[in-house]
Design a protein around this ligand. Structure first.
Ligand code: GRF
Length: 193
């Protein structure tokens, strides 16, 4: 396979709201020669998001978007995406739901990572729900984003065993380790099938 350089990689934006550990792992992946993507802009709705620190550390532009008005917020996001000629959007713990119109505009170009084995446990509190239901396994899923929450086509999943003494917090930690691995893997799968 031909090596991709910064200039011919797929320009990508990451949308996030919090800690940004998936954001970090995607940036590290994007900096590898074999990565098909570059991270050109990171966007958050949360001015206090810890993940914003990675903007400085990795020298990537960031944009904080006030979300008082969703319509306006998405307008600003769209203009940022245009400015950086973004072709792929990776949601990584982005706690806002994108409008149908926005998703339609980027059909097939928005990915998300979700901490459960979809279609099980869509939405929030996935680990609590899995433990409460006495599941033997949970895990994480990378999927395309469509207009229904956590329901787009699945790209990749990783199973994680739930131990007897797992709390939601412990389980979240175990699954997060796998999230950091499967998000890059899913991107490789899409662009180098
Ligand atoms: C992850 O568990 C991800 O699956 C979910 O939100 C969390 C984000 O964590 N969508 P981080 O900010 O990437 O550390």
């Amino acid at each position: 396979m031909a090596q991709l350089t910064g200039t011919n990689k797929i320009k990508t934006a990451i949308l996030f709201s919090g800690k940004g550990s998936n954001l970090k792992s995607l940036i590290i992946f994007s900096n590898k020669r074999m990565s098909p993507i570059s991270i050109d802009i990171i966007i958050t709705n949360n001015p206090k998001a810890k993940g914003l620190n990675y903007s400085k550390i990795f020298n990537i532009k960031n944009k904080i978007v006030e979300y008082d008005n969703k319509y306006l917020a998405e307008k600003i996001i769209l203009s940022e995406l245009k400015k950086f000629d973004v072709k792929l959007i990776c949601l990584a713990g982005f706690m806002k739901i994108l409008s149908k119109k926005f998703i339609h505009n980027f059909k097939g170009k928005i990915l998300n990572i979700h901490p459960s084995l979809l279609p099980k446990y869509k939405g929030l509190k996935t680990h609590e729900k899995a433990i409460k239901n006495n599941e033997k396994f949970s895990g994480c899923t990378v999927h395309y984003v469509n207009s229904r929450l956590d329901s787009g086509k699945i790209i990749l999943q990783k199973k994680v065993k739930i131990s007897r003494n797992d709390t939601p917090k412990k389980l979240a930690k175990k699954i997060l380790v796998e999230e950091h691995k499967i998000y890059p893997k899913a991107i490789m799968k899409i662009f180098n099938p």
